[in-house]
Ligand binder design. Structure first.
Ligand code: URA
Length: 239
Protein backbone atom coordinates (compact mmCIF):
# COMPACT_ATOMS: atom_id res chain seq x y z
CA UNK A 1 0.00 0.00 0.00
CA UNK A 2 1.24 3.56 -0.73
CA UNK A 3 2.48 5.37 2.36
CA UNK A 4 0.32 8.48 1.74
CA UNK A 5 -2.80 6.36 1.23
CA UNK A 6 -2.15 4.49 4.45
CA UNK A 7 -1.62 7.64 6.49
CA UNK A 8 -4.74 9.25 5.01
CA UNK A 9 -6.70 6.08 5.90
CA UNK A 10 -5.53 6.51 9.49
CA UNK A 11 -7.11 9.97 9.52
CA UNK A 12 -4.04 12.20 9.60
CA UNK A 13 -5.63 14.76 7.26
CA UNK A 14 -6.32 15.37 3.60
CA UNK A 15 -4.11 13.79 0.92
CA UNK A 16 -2.30 17.17 0.64
CA UNK A 17 -1.72 17.45 4.41
CA UNK A 18 -0.51 13.86 4.51
CA UNK A 19 1.97 14.46 1.66
CA UNK A 20 3.28 17.46 3.56
CA UNK A 21 3.63 15.40 6.73
CA UNK A 22 5.72 12.87 4.82
CA UNK A 23 7.85 15.25 2.75
CA UNK A 24 8.75 17.34 5.81
CA UNK A 25 10.26 14.28 7.50
CA UNK A 26 7.70 13.25 10.14
CA UNK A 27 7.47 9.61 9.08
CA UNK A 28 9.89 6.73 9.75
CA UNK A 29 9.48 3.32 8.11
CA UNK A 30 11.38 0.45 9.71
CA UNK A 31 13.97 2.76 11.23
CA UNK A 32 14.53 4.90 8.11
CA UNK A 33 13.21 8.43 7.53
CA UNK A 34 10.83 8.23 4.56
CA UNK A 35 10.06 11.41 2.60
CA UNK A 36 8.47 9.77 -0.44
CA UNK A 37 4.64 9.74 -0.26
CA UNK A 38 4.56 7.08 -2.97
CA UNK A 39 6.69 4.54 -1.06
CA UNK A 40 5.16 1.09 -0.85
CA UNK A 41 4.70 -0.13 2.73
CA UNK A 42 3.17 -3.17 4.44
CA UNK A 43 1.15 -1.71 7.31
CA UNK A 44 0.76 -5.06 9.09
CA UNK A 45 4.48 -5.76 9.26
CA UNK A 46 6.45 -2.51 8.71
CA UNK A 47 7.39 -0.55 11.78
CA UNK A 48 5.90 2.88 10.94
CA UNK A 49 6.23 5.92 13.22
CA UNK A 50 4.50 9.28 12.71
CA UNK A 51 6.16 12.04 14.72
CA UNK A 52 7.74 9.28 16.81
CA UNK A 53 4.45 7.49 17.58
CA UNK A 54 3.82 3.98 16.19
CA UNK A 55 0.80 3.82 13.90
CA UNK A 56 -2.20 1.73 14.70
CA UNK A 57 -3.48 0.02 11.54
CA UNK A 58 -6.48 -2.14 11.03
CA UNK A 59 -8.22 -2.14 7.66
CA UNK A 60 -11.57 -3.02 9.21
CA UNK A 61 -11.92 -1.87 12.78
CA UNK A 62 -14.98 -2.54 14.96
CA UNK A 63 -15.22 -1.18 18.49
CA UNK A 64 -17.80 -2.10 21.09
CA UNK A 65 -18.52 0.59 23.64
CA UNK A 66 -20.66 0.65 26.76
CA UNK A 67 -22.37 4.01 26.18
CA UNK A 68 -23.23 5.74 29.43
CA UNK A 69 -26.44 7.75 29.79
CA UNK A 70 -25.95 11.47 29.10
CA UNK A 71 -23.45 10.76 26.30
CA UNK A 72 -24.65 11.40 22.74
CA UNK A 73 -24.42 8.79 19.97
CA UNK A 74 -23.11 11.27 17.45
CA UNK A 75 -19.75 12.25 16.07
CA UNK A 76 -19.67 15.89 17.15
CA UNK A 77 -22.04 18.08 19.13
CA UNK A 78 -20.79 21.35 20.61
CA UNK A 79 -21.34 21.56 24.37
CA UNK A 80 -22.14 17.82 24.68
CA UNK A 81 -20.07 14.72 25.30
CA UNK A 82 -20.30 12.26 22.42
CA UNK A 83 -19.21 8.63 22.13
CA UNK A 84 -16.31 9.86 19.96
CA UNK A 85 -15.04 12.01 22.86
CA UNK A 86 -14.59 8.82 24.89
CA UNK A 87 -12.17 7.30 22.34
CA UNK A 88 -8.35 7.45 22.30
CA UNK A 89 -6.80 9.86 19.80
CA UNK A 90 -5.77 7.01 17.42
CA UNK A 91 -9.41 5.86 17.12
CA UNK A 92 -10.85 9.39 17.09
CA UNK A 93 -8.97 10.33 13.97
CA UNK A 94 -10.20 7.22 12.09
CA UNK A 95 -13.63 8.76 11.47
CA UNK A 96 -15.62 5.78 12.67
CA UNK A 97 -19.36 5.48 12.02
CA UNK A 98 -21.93 4.48 14.60
CA UNK A 99 -23.84 1.29 13.79
CA UNK A 100 -27.19 2.09 15.41
CA UNK A 101 -27.60 5.04 17.71
CA UNK A 102 -28.94 5.13 21.23
CA UNK A 103 -30.87 7.99 22.81
CA UNK A 104 -29.00 10.28 25.19
CA UNK A 105 -30.85 8.79 28.17
CA UNK A 106 -30.23 5.18 27.03
CA UNK A 107 -27.11 3.16 27.79
CA UNK A 108 -25.43 0.03 26.55
CA UNK A 109 -23.89 -1.50 23.47
CA UNK A 110 -22.77 0.77 20.66
CA UNK A 111 -20.70 -0.47 17.72
CA UNK A 112 -18.32 1.89 15.93
CA UNK A 113 -16.63 0.94 12.68
CA UNK A 114 -14.74 2.16 9.62
CA UNK A 115 -16.19 -0.71 7.57
CA UNK A 116 -19.02 0.72 5.45
CA UNK A 117 -20.21 -2.69 4.26
CA UNK A 118 -20.48 -4.02 7.79
CA UNK A 119 -22.26 -0.87 8.94
CA UNK A 120 -24.89 -1.34 6.25
CA UNK A 121 -25.37 -5.01 7.11
CA UNK A 122 -25.97 -4.12 10.76
CA UNK A 123 -28.40 -1.24 10.35
CA UNK A 124 -30.37 -2.11 7.19
CA UNK A 125 -33.83 -3.28 8.38
CA UNK A 126 -34.02 -6.01 5.71
CA UNK A 127 -30.89 -7.63 7.16
CA UNK A 128 -32.94 -8.72 10.18
CA UNK A 129 -30.28 -8.09 12.82
CA UNK A 130 -32.09 -8.11 16.15
CA UNK A 131 -31.10 -5.57 18.80
CA UNK A 132 -31.81 -6.61 22.38
CA UNK A 133 -32.81 -4.05 24.98
CA UNK A 134 -33.35 -4.37 28.69
CA UNK A 135 -36.32 -2.18 29.53
CA UNK A 136 -37.54 -0.85 32.89
CA UNK A 137 -41.08 0.43 32.80
CA UNK A 138 -43.08 2.79 34.98
CA UNK A 139 -46.15 0.53 35.07
CA UNK A 140 -46.39 -3.27 35.29
CA UNK A 141 -45.88 -4.89 31.88
CA UNK A 142 -49.24 -6.33 30.89
CA UNK A 143 -49.66 -6.31 27.13
CA UNK A 144 -46.31 -7.72 26.02
CA UNK A 145 -48.12 -9.99 23.53
CA UNK A 146 -49.22 -6.87 21.62
CA UNK A 147 -45.58 -5.96 21.06
CA UNK A 148 -44.99 -9.50 19.84
CA UNK A 149 -47.73 -8.99 17.26
CA UNK A 150 -46.52 -5.53 16.22
CA UNK A 151 -48.01 -2.17 17.16
CA UNK A 152 -48.57 1.13 15.42
CA UNK A 153 -46.19 3.92 16.45
CA UNK A 154 -45.23 7.28 14.98
CA UNK A 155 -41.90 7.48 13.16
CA UNK A 156 -39.44 10.42 13.22
CA UNK A 157 -41.74 12.37 10.85
CA UNK A 158 -44.74 11.53 13.01
CA UNK A 159 -46.07 9.23 10.29
CA UNK A 160 -47.82 6.02 11.44
CA UNK A 161 -45.53 3.01 11.30
CA UNK A 162 -46.43 -0.61 11.95
CA UNK A 163 -43.64 -2.34 13.86
CA UNK A 164 -42.55 -5.86 13.03
CA UNK A 165 -43.26 -8.50 15.64
CA UNK A 166 -40.89 -8.08 18.58
CA UNK A 167 -39.58 -10.78 20.90
CA UNK A 168 -40.31 -10.25 24.57
CA UNK A 169 -38.89 -11.97 27.62
CA UNK A 170 -40.44 -10.88 30.89
CA UNK A 171 -37.92 -10.62 33.73
CA UNK A 172 -40.20 -9.19 36.41
CA UNK A 173 -43.28 -6.96 36.65
CA UNK A 174 -41.41 -3.86 35.51
CA UNK A 175 -38.50 -5.35 33.54
CA UNK A 176 -38.28 -7.17 30.25
CA UNK A 177 -35.93 -7.86 27.38
CA UNK A 178 -37.28 -6.77 24.01
CA UNK A 179 -35.65 -7.68 20.70
CA UNK A 180 -36.44 -5.68 17.56
CA UNK A 181 -34.96 -5.77 14.07
CA UNK A 182 -35.81 -2.16 13.16
CA UNK A 183 -34.45 1.12 14.41
CA UNK A 184 -37.09 3.83 14.11
CA UNK A 185 -36.68 6.99 16.14
CA UNK A 186 -37.31 6.22 19.84
CA UNK A 187 -38.73 2.90 18.68
CA UNK A 188 -38.72 0.98 21.95
CA UNK A 189 -40.06 3.93 23.93
CA UNK A 190 -42.81 4.49 21.35
CA UNK A 191 -43.71 0.79 21.32
CA UNK A 192 -44.25 0.88 25.08
CA UNK A 193 -46.28 4.08 24.75
CA UNK A 194 -48.46 2.16 22.28
CA UNK A 195 -49.33 -0.30 25.08
CA UNK A 196 -49.95 2.53 27.57
CA UNK A 197 -46.67 2.12 29.43
CA UNK A 198 -43.60 4.30 29.81
CA UNK A 199 -39.93 3.32 29.55
CA UNK A 200 -37.94 4.68 32.46
CA UNK A 201 -34.60 2.98 31.69
CA UNK A 202 -33.32 1.49 28.46
CA UNK A 203 -30.11 -0.44 27.94
CA UNK A 204 -29.01 -2.21 24.75
CA UNK A 205 -27.49 -5.50 25.81
CA UNK A 206 -26.82 -7.22 22.48
CA UNK A 207 -26.75 -6.79 18.72
CA UNK A 208 -27.54 -10.15 17.14
CA UNK A 209 -25.77 -12.62 19.39
CA UNK A 210 -22.93 -10.18 20.15
CA UNK A 211 -23.45 -9.22 23.78
CA UNK A 212 -22.20 -6.16 25.56
CA UNK A 213 -19.03 -7.36 27.29
CA UNK A 214 -19.88 -7.43 31.03
CA UNK A 215 -16.30 -6.38 31.78
CA UNK A 216 -16.90 -3.02 30.10
CA UNK A 217 -17.96 -0.40 32.61
CA UNK A 218 -20.05 2.52 31.35
CA UNK A 219 -17.78 4.64 29.11
CA UNK A 220 -15.30 1.83 28.41
CA UNK A 221 -14.74 0.15 25.05
CA UNK A 222 -12.72 -2.55 23.37
CA UNK A 223 -12.09 -3.87 19.89
CA UNK A 224 -14.43 -6.54 18.59
CA UNK A 225 -12.34 -9.56 17.55
CA UNK A 226 -12.61 -10.76 13.95
CA UNK A 227 -13.90 -14.05 15.34
CA UNK A 228 -16.79 -12.21 17.10
CA UNK A 229 -18.13 -10.44 13.97
CA UNK A 230 -20.26 -13.44 12.82
CA UNK A 231 -22.10 -13.25 16.17
CA UNK A 232 -23.69 -9.99 15.02
CA UNK A 233 -25.44 -11.87 12.21
CA UNK A 234 -26.19 -15.05 14.13
CA UNK A 235 -29.72 -15.62 15.37
CA UNK A 236 -30.90 -16.96 18.67
CA UNK A 237 -31.70 -20.63 18.09
CA UNK A 238 -34.02 -20.55 21.13
CA UNK A 239 -36.37 -18.12 19.31
N1 URA B 1 -35.36 2.61 21.15
C1 URA B 1 -35.46 3.76 21.82
O1 URA B 1 -36.54 4.21 22.17
N2 URA B 1 -34.31 4.42 22.13
C2 URA B 1 -33.09 3.94 21.81
O2 URA B 1 -32.09 4.58 22.13
C3 URA B 1 -33.02 2.73 21.11
C4 URA B 1 -34.18 2.08 20.78
Amino acid sequence: MRLDKLIAHLGYGTRKEVRQLITTGSVMVSGVLCKDPGSEVRPESDDILIRGTPIYYKEHLVIMMHKPVEVLSSTHEPGETTVMDLLDERFKRMKLSIAGRLDKDASGLILLTNDGGLLHRIIAPNKNVYKYYEVRTEFPIKNGHRLEQGVQILDARNQPFQTRPARIEIIDEHTCIIAISEGKYHQVKRMFLAIDNHVIALKRIAIGMLQLDPLLEAGAYREVLDSEIPLIFASDSAQ
